[in-house]
Design a protein around this ligand. Structure first.
Ligand code: ADP
Length: 171
């Protein structure tokens, strides 16, 4: 069974097999987690993202999908890039956010990863309310079978940590 753990900290410092990136569909980098991963991981990650775009992701990575690259200089083997939905007040995009966790887990599992670190996807620049983002993250990982031994949620801010703690307690 997969163990879910919570850590307050920086995802780029996690020693895990797979670090999940809250990317955007261009895969060309951005702010938040994405910016930190490319800054610390070095140019090798961006080079692989470019190669993926050229080879099979001409229009970019779809929202809710996931793809892996090297982790460059990060203390991990792979970065699994996934594109969260932008939060909408009028349109329920929860299924797409759940898909990010499911697809990133599937990609990590297929690679043979035994541990993965996830950020609070969509809960930063993409505006998803933290409590709801945490509930979707925790419920989806809990409901998704995989061979991973550990799924670690790495939360940057105190309120994110509390939201994830409450979501785990509510399972
Ligand atoms: P999105 O565009 O999907 O909303 P962001 O990267 O803007 O993604 O933010 C997602 C969450 O990750 C936010 O809660 C943000 O505070 C947090 N975050 C930002 N940098 C890091 C980091 N280095 N490690 C872990 N979490 C981070």
């Amino acid at each position: 069974m997969t163990r879910m753990t919570l850590v307050r900290g920086d995802i780029t410092e996690q020693h895990v097999d797979a670090i999940v990136n809250a990317a955007n569909s261009s895969l060309m980098g951005g702010g938040g987690v994405d910016g930190a991963i490319h800054r610390k991981g070095g140019p090798e990650i961006l080079a692989e993202c470019r190669a993926l775009r050229a080879a099979k992701l001409g229009k970019g990575l779809k929202t809710g999908a996931a793809v892996a690259t090297t982790a460059g200089r990060l203390p991990a083997r792979w970065v699994v890039h996934t594109v969260g939905p932008v939060y909408s007040h009028t349109d329920d995009r929860s299924a797409l956010l759940a898909s990010c966790y499911r697809e990133a887990l599937r990609v990590a599992d297929d690679l043979g990863a035994t541990s993965a670190a996830f950020p609070a996807i969509s809960a930063g620049i993409y505006g998803w309310p933290m409590d709801d983002a945490a509930r979707i993250a925790v419920e989806t990982v809990h409901a998704t079978p995989s061979a991973l031994e550990e799924v670690r949620f790495v939360l940057f801010e105190a309120r994110a940590y509390v939201a994830f703690e409450q979501a785990v307690a509510a399972l």
